[in-house]
Design a protein around this ligand. Structure first.
Ligand code: FPP
Length: 250
């Protein structure tokens, strides 16, 4: 049976987050340099965005460039930025055709100007689409995001606009880059690494994690469907017991 047919369309995660890992290793396996792997990774991005829109996922967040990635060799960072600019501008018509709204989270001001401008153009050009919101995490790290949130909340408390004892989980969530999105129910990481790597630490508190050995350029539609099927076969308890969940269902 085709994996797509095994997916229960009435029980889809609203938001899926992905750590796209393994481009460098994939390229090495082909005897090519790392940037070749990133180029091939774009094909996987295209397929997964299309698959997510087709089956009815509402939010897809892709970890495209972390704060730590700035420490990679300059040639790789430059090539990645160029690839991002080229891909974003090339793919915008297709995003519009598929009803995909592009957004971005992270320290966007740290991006090279061309990349930042291209991103803003594409965000504006796709802003009215409603089928799927594609969120690119760019120059993003969770510790950076939480630090920024603490600074902003402190300013509010300092100026008397907010009382310290009024700070709730909801207040904190409202100061994160992801304030407009529901928390991801499913987080996928490719390439056999079992780490969260400073990605959505707050937002993934109750997410199901799915790890696969496939390297990102090999991760395609059927692999994405398999991850969703695995998610649908799990029991999400949110700290409750199985018995409590069963009695609630009756
Ligand atoms: C991780 O593989 C991948 C990245 C740091 C970059 C991801 C970027 C893309 C897939 C291309 C462009 C994306 C978009 C959204 C247009 P790695 O380099 O860490 O691989 P390794 O662990 O094997 O070294």
């Amino acid at each position: 049976m085709n994996p797509l047919e095994k997916i229960n369309k009435t029980d889809l995660p609203k938001h899926i987050a992905i750590i796209m890992d393994g481009n460098g290793r994939w390229a090495k396996q082909q005897g090519e340099d790392r940037i070749f792997g990133h180029h091939e990774g774009v094909n996987s991005v295209r397929e997964i965005v299309e698959a997510a829109a087709e089956i009815g996922i509402k939010y897809l967040t892709l970890y495209a460039f972390s704060t730590e990635n700035w420490n990679r060799p300059k040639e790789e960072v430059d090539a990645l930025m160029e690839l991002l600019v080229a891909t974003i501008s090339l793919e915008t018509p297709q995003l519009n055709k598929n009803g995909v709204k592009l957004e971005a989270i992270g320290n966007l001001k740290s991006l090279p100007e061309a990349c930042y401008n291209e991103l803003q153009e594409s965000i504006t050009a796709t802003q009215h689409n409603t089928r799927l919101t594609l969120v690119l995490a760019l120059s993003y790290s969770s510790k950076w995001e939480l630090t920024e949130a603490v600074k902003e909340i402190s300013k509010k408390v300092g100026s008397g606009k907010l009382k310290a004892e009024e700070i709730s989980e909801n207040t904190i969530a409202q100061f994160l880059c992801t304030k407009a999105y529901p928390d991801p129910e499913l987080m996928i990481r490719t390439s056999g690494e079992h780490r969260i790597s400073n990605f959505l630490l707050w937002q993934l508190a109750y997410a199901e994690f799915y790890f696969t050995d496939k390297l990102w350029p090999d991760f395609r539609k059927n692999d994405f469907y398999e991850a969703i099927i695995s998610y649908q076969n799990r029991e999400r308890r949110f700290g409750k017991t199985s018995e409590q969940l069963m009695s609630h269902k009756k």
